[in-house]
Design a protein around this ligand. Structure first.
Ligand code: GCU
Length: 614
């Protein structure tokens, strides 16, 4: 097997080899024994297992700690206790219940072993068009997930094409069942992405959701899959999106398409996750009527109430596509009668690709603050993992996975707390400094890569590095329309009226220049370069300043990391130092390209006379 073994991530105090266990309770016992021994703790701990609940309690009775919970609750409780002890904290007594019943990682892995938008090597699961994995490494992966309460994974890319569709057919299905068995003691359930058009390539000869043959075909597929994997959490579908087929191909609605698949899963207790990433990906840049952020709401809001109760609409956190800064997706406010999953992206597609440091929890906190009460019913995140030695390409990017698990469990993002917890576990000798680096990182990146809410100034296809007009005359509907005096799209009532999709309080906040946060200014408004901002600076001066500062602050992050030599393992130090070298280069490139671009457009010089390239 070609794969590296992976680092111990944030659990360096546990032995790399995991004692086998057929159930969560067994696993909890052996992990507890191994962990207490490794931490040289004399604390007496007893496990009380009952039921199949995910929740757990940690209690102290006459000097003995009790972890009381079901399968896999006791395992979660064990990890919570061990992590607290490893950080030198008192026993974390309390009652613990997850906010979301499904806390899912979406891998975008292809069966040839590549990973769509993967920045950490190849797939952990696939090679050569079949499931092929290093068992020991998958145990470590599962332990890592369980230690923060992630309880479901969808293995394969949302863009399903043959032969990947064969994953739910024998003989691949046997391999899949084997993997499900391996993950089960960790409390992790599988999901698979399926191709809506698959029955068109089989006996039905069509994928029309209203065809009885198609319905029967999917019902049989589901039955066969559940016979092998009785606890499969369900299917994930990307339909009528970015050239994928879907119900529209047959003149049917997404409610008709989703319900058809959901009914196949229903007898087995499965959920159907239907992604809402639907927009016109062939927009003509001359078309000023179509505004991409409006698309998902326009499509799905009218369908509220038409979905079966095991359909879950999976909605990206923002209305566009995981940009550095976006407002919350208005669709998350618009579906009171529909089950919803919030989709985040750990893979840093637009935020530095696990080369540049970008700790995401602050971004999520911003999104959570804009969610309606109750928010979503489920939570999912696109994985940032691969078969790379350090799991994520960047050792510090593991903090995002950790923070996602914690956020999904608690239903809130606490950036400082999760960063500190993660750093104290991973790098106890340098925890304070690394926490500071993590917390600073998204602001630094945002300064040099996303002026005031503008997105997509990235190189087309790769999405790394600056290209201010890379998408400006392209098909994807992501335009900023900069000219010599102004930039941005007016999305208020005088413009595309996107803001009308929000509930009143958000709508007013975004529409008024005085209340729209600076970081979203150019998402919602078209402004002249000489527009004065609240702090007195002109819009353009702010853009120049941010880019000069961003590049400088990237250098400061690098310098702070170099100071930590000797306080983190040398191989980690060297790996991360190489990443920071690349980040500093990238930040300089962004600074110079963006500043020069605006200088050439506007002819307005930097007030401080810093170097721009005319
Ligand atoms: C982005 C990404 C694609 C991905 C898509 C999705 O557009 O660039 O690679 O397939 O999101 O979420 O479906």
């Amino acid at each position: 097997m070609k794969q590296a073994s992976g680092t111990p991530a944030w659990l360096p105090f546990l032995p790399m080899d995991i004692p086998a266990g057929n159930s969560s309770a067994q696993l909890a016992r052996s992990e507890l024994a191994a962990g207490l021994a490794a931490l040289a703790s004399s604390q007496r701990v007893e496990l009380e297992v009952k039921g199949a609940d995910e929740g757990y309690d940690i209690l102290l009775r006459e000097g003995t700690l009790h972890i009381r919970g079901g399968e896999p609750g006791v395992l979660y409780g064990t990890y919570t206790l061990l992590q607290a002890l490893a950080r030198g904290e008192p026993a974390p007594l309390g009652n613990y219940r997850p906010r979301y019943p499904l806390r899912m990682l979406n891998h975008w892995d292809n069966m040839d072993g590549s990973v769509e938008r993967g920045y950490a090597g190849g797939s952990l699961f696939f090679n050569n068009n079949r499931l092929a994995y290093d068992q020991a490494r998958i145990h470590r992966y599962a332990r890592m997930l369980a230690s923060v309460g992630i309880n479901a994974i969808c293995l394969n890319n949302v863009n399903v094409r043959p032969p990947m569709d064969g994953l739910i057919l024998p003989p691949q299905l046997d391999d899949l069942a084997g993997l499900a068995n391996l993950l089960r003691p960790y409390g992790i359930r599988l999901l698979v992405c399926v191709d809506f058009a698959m029955p068109a390539r089989h006996e039905p000869g069509t994928a029309d959701p209203l065809s009885p043959q198609v319905q029967a075909w999917w019902a049989l597929r589901a039955k066969q899959v559940y016979a092998r994997i009785p606890d499969l959490a369900g299917f994930v579908v990307k339909a009528d999106s970015e050239h994928r087929p879907g119900p529209h191909t047959y003149g049917r609605s997404h409610a008709q398409g989703a319900n058809m698949l959901a009914r196949a899963l229903k007898p087995h207790g499965g959920l159907l996750f239907w992604r809402c990433f639907v927009y016109n990906c062939r927009q003509d840049w001359r078309d000023r009527q179509t505004d991409r952020p409006k698309a998902a709401y326009e499509h799905y809001a009218p369908l509220d109430g038409q979905f079966d109760d095991n359909v879950v609409l999976q909605i990206k956190s923002g209305p566009v596509d995981f940009q550095v800064r976006e407002p919350v997706s208005p669709l998350l406010h618009a579906l009171p009668q529909t089950k919803k999953a919030l989709e985040l992206q750990l893979a840093q597609e637009y935020t530095g690709q696990q080369i540049d440091l970008f700790y995401q929890a602050a971004q999520w906190q911003d999104i959570f603050r804009q969610l309606p009460p109750g928010g979503a019913d489920y939570i999912a995140a696109v994985s940032n993992l691969g078969d790379d030695e350090s799991w994520c390409g960047h050792d510090l990017a593991l903090a995002n996975l950790y923070a996602f698990g914690r956020t999904a469990w608690r239903g809130e993002s606490l950036p400082g707390r999760y960063a500190m917890e993660w750093a104290a576990l991973s790098f106890p000798e340098a925890a304070g400094e690394i926490t500071k680096l993590l917390l600073a990182s998204p602001h630094v990146y945002e300064k040099y890569a996303a002026p005031l809410g503008l997105g997509f100034m990235v190189n087309p296809q790769t999405h790394y590095g600056p290209s201010p007009e890379g998408y400006e005359y392209a098909l994807w509907g992501t335009y900023h329309r900069a000219n010599h005096e102004a930039i941005g799209i007016d999305r208020g009532p005088e413009g595309t009226n996107f803001t009308a999709q929000y509930p009143l309080h958000l709508r007013q906040r975004f529409e008024r220049l005085t209340t729209c946060p600076d970081r979203l200014l150019l998402f919602f408004h078209r402004l002249r370069y000489d527009q004065r901002l609240a702090d007195g600076r002109s819009l353009l001066q702010r853009i120049y300043d941010d880019h000069f500062e961003g590049a400088q602050e990237a250098e400061a992050l690098q310098a702070a990391w170099l100071e930590l030599a000797g306080r983190v393992p040398p191989e980690v130090h060297a790996r991360v130092a190489r990443r920071f070298e690349m980040q500093v280069q990238n930040a300089r490139e962004w600074r110079d390209v963006i500043n020069t671009y605006f200088y050439r457009k506007s002819g307005i010089p930097d007030e401080q006379g810093r170097l721009i390239h005319p």
